[in-house]
Design a protein around this ligand. Structure first.
Ligand SMILES: Cc1cc2nc3c(=O)[nH]c(=O)nc-3n(C[C@H](O)[C@H](O)[C@H](O)COP(=O)(O)OP(=O)(O)OC[C@H]3O[C@@H](n4cnc5c(N)ncnc54)[C@H](O)[C@@H]3O)c2cc1C
Length: 449
């Protein structure tokens, strides 16, 4: 009998686990996942903190809810490239309002994107077709204008400030830090698709369902095992029948052991992959240059425990436009009460980080929150604040960087937030990139036989 091709997925983040589950649907592949940490989920899971589901990264939001690429991937039928995870009791729970805006201490909220437009000038609504109709499915050629300049030429400052606060909250970047075509496409997707959702059981709900699926598909997930190096398979006797020899080091052990694989899906970002790949592999020069000039994006998030007397009673993302740093906050417990102890709520905030002085950035964020949210000091207790940077950033590459999944090495592809598809934010960007990677790995492993 012909042996199956062995695929190693490096990293058990949401990008790695979803790719592994999709790849394992192919009968000619034997798929394994390896993760350097002692838990799966990466920046898309949570740790329990006295009954509060404190995120390792993601603020428990699925940007485009039940209509986005992640919903298609997780809930779509297997015959359609999906994982059909509702079989495991997992689902997305829509936010109870589309969005909110806290300004001058007053809270507005709306149930639709059109409802949000009513907060701004009539001219903004009349001009909306110029945004929604702009061709932005691909990055614009020789793009010189940034997203902020593009929008301010067409819309009121109030509207642009509101949308920019959303960008700060969701992407950790301001519009002036992204190309215009990226911003236009992001906004088009946000306008046309569903309102955000909260994963049932929080981010970890998705990880638990994926792990059940992987178990059913016979995929082994090895935790506490780091990939240290990738060399050609023929370099070692034990791996000579495979394209790659991969050095795997178990946590606490000094040395790695070699294992053979025919394809590698890398979930840990371009710089880490490039340092693991030996010089025997020739990486595309243009990609090397692109990776060199790309820096990961940091951010800061606070988590507050709230009592049940808070006047705000919805889980829509609430934007803050008068703050120095914080873009917004969300109370996911109004969609998924399981994320806090009974009778309590949880608030998660997010802010971009324009300087390297993390302590001063945290102080600015805290000041912002107590100034902008009138009920916070009476009803909230700070549980923790997390700074996301270095190897645990908000985004391994900034939105709009357009780093490729293919670095020019046969048998290797990247998934995850280093390779987000154009104009898709957060984990929607990860999901939008996965079908092409799965197709590539399938055809590369078939043609290598
Ligand atoms: C504060 C914050 C808030 C966010 N909020 C949201 C949100 O609400 N909604 C949303 O959609 N997105 C959100 N995001 C973005 C989202 O969390 C990330 O894009 C997503 O979790 C990244 O998933 P990933 O699989 O690409 O990477 P990761 O989660 O980082 O997974 C990669 C895994 O690879 C492992 N790894 C790396 N190198 C190796 C190696 N050599 N060997 C073995 N394992 C290795 C790492 O340990 C890690 O576990 C947020 C991010 C942050 C930081």
């Amino acid at each position: 009998m012909e042996r199956k091709s062995k695929v190693l997925v490096v990293g058990a983040g949401i990008g790695g686990l979803t790719s592994a589950a999709r790849l394992a649907q192919s009968p000619h592949l034997e798929v394994e996942v390896t993760e350097r940490l002692s838990f799966a989920g990466g920046r898309f899971t949570q740790h329990d903190h006295d009954g509060y589901a404190v995120p390792t990264g993601a603020v428990h939001m699925i940007p485009h809810g039940r209509k986005g690429p992640m919903a298609k991937l997780l809930f779509g039928k297997r015959s359609n490239g999906g994982l059909d995870l509702r079989r495991h009791g997992f689902d997305f729970l829509p936010t109870t309002r589309f969005a909110g805006w806290m300004k001058d201490g007053k809270l507005r909220s709306s149930n639709s994107s059109i409802g949000v437009m009513r907060w701004f000038r009539m001219r903004d609504t009349l001009n909306l077709p110029r945004l929604l109709g702009a061709r932005a499915k691909q990055p614009w050629q020789d793009e010189e204008i940034d997203g902020d300049a593009w929008l301010r030429q067409r819309y009121s400052d109030d509207l642009v400030d509101f949308l920019d606060a959303f960008s700060n909250f969701a992407i950790s970047l301001r519009f002036n830090q992204m190309p215009a075509s990226t911003v236009v496409r992001l906004l088009q997707n946000a306008f046309w698709l569903d309102r955000p959702s909260v994963p049932k059981g929080g981010c970890k709900g998705a990880i638990v369902a994926l792990r059940k699926e992987l178990r059913q598909l016979g995929v082994r997930v090895r935790l506490s095992h780091e990939v240290t190096e990738i060399i050609p398979g023929h370099s070692d006797e034990s791996t000579k029948n495979h394209r790659f020899a991969v050095g795997l080091r178990r946590r606490g052990r000094p040395a790695a052991t070699w294992e053979g694989y025919d394809a590698i899906v890398w979930n840990g970002g371009h710089p880490n992959l490039l340092s693991a790949l030996s010089d025997d592999f020739e990486v595309d020069e243009a990609v090397l240059k692109q990776v060199k000039r790309t820096t990961a994006v940091g951010g800061i998030g606070f988590v507050f425990a709230l009592d049940d007397d808070i006047p705000q009673r919805h889980s829509g993302v609430t934007m803050l436009t008068e703050t120095e740093r914080v873009g917004g906050y969300v109370l996911p417990t109004f969609s998924e009460p399981e994320l806090a102890p009974e009778g309590k709520h949880m608030m998660v905030t997010h802010q971009y980080v324009p300087s390297s002085d993390i302590q001063s950035e945290i102080n600015k964020g805290r000041d912002d929150l107590f100034e902008a949210i009138p009920w916070l000091s009476d009803h909230g207790e700070e549980l923790c604040v997390h700074a996301y940077h270095r190897n645990w950033p908000c985004n391994r590459s900034p939105q709009g960087a357009e780093l490729p999944a293919d670095i020019g090495v046969d048998g290797v592809r990247l998934v995850g937030d280093g390779v987000k598809a154009h104009g898709w934010m957060m984990i929607e960007g990860i999901a939008a990139n996965i079908p092409a990677v799965v197709n590539d790995i399938n055809s590369m492993t078939r043609s290598a036989k």
